[in-house]
Design a protein around this ligand. Sequence first.
Ligand code: ADE
Length: 299
Amino acid sequence: GPSSSSIDMDMLKEREIDRGRLQIGQLLGEGAFGHVVKATLEQPEGGNVVVAVKKLKDNAETTARTDLLRETCIMLLCGDHDNVIGLKGICFRDGPLQLVLEYAEHGSLLHLLWTLRAESKLNRTVLVNKRHIFENMMVGVCCGLEHLASQRLVHRDIAARNILICGKGTAKIADFGLARDTYAVGYHRQGRGNELLPLKWMAPEGLKNEAMFTHKSDVWSFGVLLWEVAQLGRTPYPGMDGADRIYDALRNHFRLPRPQLCTEERYQLMLKCWKFNEKRRPDATTVRKQLEADPNGFF
Ligand code: ADE
């Protein structure tokens, strides 16, 4: 998951939610060790709010529980931001560990892109009509990344599957840990501890040495996210597998090709995010300013 930090039980206890306040609903997403369900949370002042509850399956490894606790601590340390999924609290007493999150009505950006691809086959004009929505989402993700960087947090898993879209169309960075398990697409079991890693979104320094992640590695992943948007949710580097193979290709100056549905200027921005040397990559603020200065780069 994101930059590791220790588990602070006192901090967690302050955010405990009595599980009796939750009414569990339909399944939203499922992985090997955990799943996310829709639920309602009874408010102390009366009424209910819709939330998403992330919980471990009964067969979850104990490391998954530790990961979920760590994820919770990271989200608490991160603090509130409009472009980061909010944490309402956590249930840990009298039953399984459950993370109570802000609900994002439109689900993941990846699913939204798949829907857009299907729609665009029937009617090409939807792309131009909806372009501004995706431009705004990418500016929003940059704002979220700026916030994470200001809090000295490295997400390490920026990808369309981990961006959630709420009712107003606001993009929110989600999945500070278990995500790689919840949405299995795009991960490869290649880590030293045989963990699932998002190889095709990882900067070369991360592929080479997993301890090397910085906020500039998140900028690299953001470049891949821009590519995913322009490719309507297609998987990067089709047919290319293995950390060593991807690393060698990047080392030899190979990059994802320019998507047909983006301008040359937008592709140049992606290439800046994919500078081999992280010091030469722009920071999230610079990327955001370039997106804002060129708001018609997609489709
Ligand atoms: N899937 C995973 N997390 C979610 C959330 N917070 N809202 C909606 N769907 C989700």
